[in-house]
Design a protein around this ligand. Structure first.
Ligand code: BMA
Length: 335
């Protein structure tokens, strides 16, 4: 069979399929609990986790003051969500002496029964990674800042490997013309205690001139029998015109995640629908949460469905699905 793009065997195996109900959450779904949450601007880039028979999203909500809050949405079918009538509180952020502007882009991971959120924190001296630990669905404890340098898109692995906690992260070392600092490599970092982290190796780099010139990790890695399935975002900068945010996949060796065993040549989701092309930031699909409701004991089988939650145009939340097998094939694995 012909390799259409990155291991695809047919056009129907072309990556993620959007839910018919998209966008699944919009600003109109946010309950006006307080005056600042009335008539918000946007809800996007959620963290996601499956707990029992429920999928929880930790939503990034932006109000008309361009201030950021987290709220919880929950669903049993993974598609129809209800937003809780309680805002998420983060306890302990006041320990940080430098002013904090925004806490956002949460990625949710459960390790040894404890739910963590890795977040981006915009501060006076740049963007740092922060770690939050859930006490209740609406209360998170601030564990600390977990990156020394400018960094974003921190994502914890769901288990320790050789006794170490692992995460993907994306050091911000590229200054975009007229924009923020960004990055063109996803790194693996390790920690003995979740508090102190050290970089291990660069895993994938941006491919200049192609769909993923800049890159950042998406949802937490998914354990499959063929390796850690990692969904990431890539940005095509297109000669200083509007940046295009897309999604792709790579696979890491199960026992030794420093080894990249496959990577998609083409994207598996790109802005095409009007809610992805138009909004606060046009041309953006930004995957930040993924759950596999059928996974048993943390292992996703090739026929299991992956639900990927993504921010669309930094304005609404979209859902797209694919089987584990089709994503592994999109990465280039011959199954
Ligand atoms: C990135 C992050 C994301 C956002 C994207 C597109 O740098 O800030 O939260 O979705 O830009 O604006």
């Amino acid at each position: 069979m012909t390799d259409l793009c990155g291991g695809r065997k047919s056009v129907s195996d072309a990556g993620l399929l959007r839910a018919a109900a998209n966008p699944i959450l919009t600003r109109r779904d946010i309950p006006p609990l307080t005056p600042d949450l009335a008539d918000v601007s946007a809800v996007f880039n959620p963290g996601a986790i499956r707990l029992g028979d429920e999928t929880l999203l930790l939503l990034r909500v932006q109000n008309r003051g361009r201030e950021t809050s987290f709220m919880i949405a929950r669903s049993t079918d993974g598609e129809r969500f209800t937003v809780d009538r309680e805002r998420v509180r983060i306890i302990g952020l006041e320990q940080v002496s430098t002013p904090i502007y925004h806490v956002y882009d949460a990625r949710l991971t459960q390790i040894d029964g404890v739910l963590y959120a890795m977040v981006a924190i915009d501060m006076e001296d740049g963007c740092k990674l922060g770690l939050l630990k859930s006490r209740t669905p609406h209360e998170y404890e601030f564990v600390g800042l977990v990156s020394a340098d400018d960094n974003r898109n921190g994502v914890l692995f769901p288990e320790r490997i050789d006794g170490k906690y692992l995460r993907l992260d994306r050091p911000n070392r590229v200054q975009l013309a007229g924009g923020p600092v960004s990055g063109n490599a996803i790194w693996l970092s390790e920690s003995a205690d979740l508090a102190g982290w050290k970089p291990v190796t660069s895993l994938i780099a941006g491919r200049f001139h192609y769909w993923d010139e800049l890159v950042g990790a998406g949802p937490p890695p998914i354990r499959t029998r063929h390796g850690w399935l990692c969904i990431y975002h890539g940005v095509a900068t297109h000669f200083a015109s509007s940046n295009i945010y897309q999604a792709g996949v790579f696979v890491l060796d199960l026992a030794d995640p420093t080894q990249v065993v496959a990577r998609s040549r083409c994207n598996i989701l790109e802005p095409r629908e009007s809610y992805e092309l138009t909004g606060q930031v046009p041309n953006v699909v930004f995957p930040s949460g993924a759950v596999v409701p059928g996974a048993q004991d943390g292992v996703a089988e090739v026929d299991d469905l992956v639900f990927v939650y993504y921010g669309a145009a930094d304005t609404v939340v979209g859902l797209a699905t694919a089987t584990v097998g089709s994503l592994l094939r999109a990465a280039g694995l011959a199954l």
